[in-house]
Design a protein around this ligand. Structure first.
Ligand SMILES: Cc1ncc(COP(=O)(O)O)c(C=O)c1O
Length: 398
């Protein structure tokens, strides 16, 4: 049996909405993008949602609006995808890599405070809501990431590529106003919802939203939809900055609208699989499961990352090979940035090192987790894992 790492579920209104866009004659950013933006803003409780063609683009726009530029030093957790760091370099800033929490792979207020004390040149930080779990941005009892940054005049841009629909707490979804400049989401093909390629950036600040909207489309003061649907000359526009070409098409937004319609069901299905993984894999010697959250619904569960501990009967690479040999797709999130050629040469490193991220990388495997996973697929994945840890838990089918 083959179980992919991820399988897209486009069985809702995706095709119908894409057909409608094709029939409408307007393919680039127009009415469907506007629909998608207002639905997403409502879903995360943000004043403004700005659709773009990737989360990388969203991060670039948000960091530009946050004032990151030549000479800026920006704190980035080492355990992330390269996008989180590369946009700092696009803007002429310098990346400073820091370690993460050993259990969650998140940047914590403790790690941040220590880093801000030691690296006073830092002007911005990009916390990553890794795997779909929100960093501690603000809480009632201690200083969260946003509190620490506010006190020192450090800008915060959130990388929420994995984190739709996650929550900071009972009251606040990730993407709502928490005190950051902006929050950036990904709709890449294997994310919790997709537009093929795509992203969204949310903010409550009108000036920031205006800036990001303009920079998304060449720094032009009016978008093509506005120009062609207003009375008067469609050729009339001004360029007020050297912007980028980051707008989302109506074709992609049509898929996004259909995916958003089913996001609650997607999330339910992911949570139920997580619960079953926990039950089924509990107690295997040397296998560590993700730490429990007070409320598991606060996690978007983009990833379910297990850890093969040093005392396990098999090692991480052996388990990946075992799973691959039995047709099961897995992934590794992530090889830390400080070990990547480019970042090893250009980023400012932490002299204290990256013990937690290195350990995380040595043991981590991301298991298949997607709403349309069937019972036999789930049984197959967990049987192979159990057998690798116990040597004969159950005969694994071919
Ligand atoms: C943590 C993180 N940030 C940013 C990105 C970039 O997202 P996109 O592919 O939409 O540009 C990704 C993509 O996987 C990611 O995992």
């Amino acid at each position: 049996m083959n179980v992919p790492f991820f399988r897209i579920d486009a069985g809702g209104n995706e095709l119908e909405y894409v057909r409608e866009v094709l029939a409408s004659g307007w393919l680039t950013s127009g009415r469907r993008v506007q629909d998608f933006e207002s639905m997403f803003a409502e879903a995360v409780g943000a004043e403004h949602a700005i659709a773009v063609n990737s989360c990388t683009a969203a991060l670039h726009l948000a960091c530009e609006a946050a004032g990151i530029g030549p000479g800026s030093e920006v704190l980035v957790p080492t355990l992330t995808f390269t996008s989180t760091a590369e946009i700092v370099e696009y803007l002429g800033g310098r990346v400073r890599l820091v370690d993460v929490d050993p259990d969650t792979a998140l940047l914590t207020p403790e790690i941040l405070e220590d880093a801000l004390d030691r690296f006073p040149a830092v002007t911005a930080v990009i916390p990553v809501h890794f795997g779909g779990r929100a960093c501690d941005m603000r809480n009632d009892s201690s200083q969260g990431i946003v509190d620490l940054c506010e006190a020192r005049g450090v800008a915060v841009v959130e990388d929420a590529a994995h984190a739709f629909p996650a929550r900071y707490d009972d009251a606040r979804p990730v993407g709502s106003a928490i005190g950051s400049t902006a929050c950036c989401f990904s709709f890449y093909a294997n994310k919790t919802m997709t537009t093929g390629e795509g992203g969204m950036v949310t903010t409550d600040d009108e000036e920031t939203a205006d800036r990001m909207r303009r920079m998304r489309l060449h720094g032009i003061d009016r978008n093509a939809w506005d120009r062609h649907h207003r009375v008067g000359a469609s050729w009339e526009y001004d360029v007020v900055a050297a912007g980028y070409k980051y707008n989302l098409t109506d074709l992609a937004a049509a898929i996004g609208v259909a995916q958003l319609e089913r996001q609650a069901a997607f999330h339910e299905a992911r949570m139920s699989l997580v619960e079953r993984y926990r039950e089924r894999l509990a107690g295997l010697p040397g296998l560590r499961l993700p730490p429990e959250l007070a409320n598991p619904a606060f996690d978007a569960w983009h990833l379910f990352v297990i850890h093969v501990e040093p005392n396990a009967p098999c090692d991480r690479n052996e388990l990946i090979s075992q799973l691959a040999a039995k047709g099961v797709g897995t992934s590794v999130h992530y090889r830390p940035l400080h070990t990547m050629t480019h970042w090893a040469q250009t980023a400012s490193m932490d002299p204290a090192g990256y013990r937690n991220a290195d350990r995380w990388f040595d043991g981590c495997i991301s298991l298949p987790l997607f709403p349309s996973m069937t019972d036999p697929e789930f049984e197959h994945v967990t049987d192979v894992i159990a057998q690798s840890f116990t040597g004969g838990f159950k005969t694994v089918g071919a």
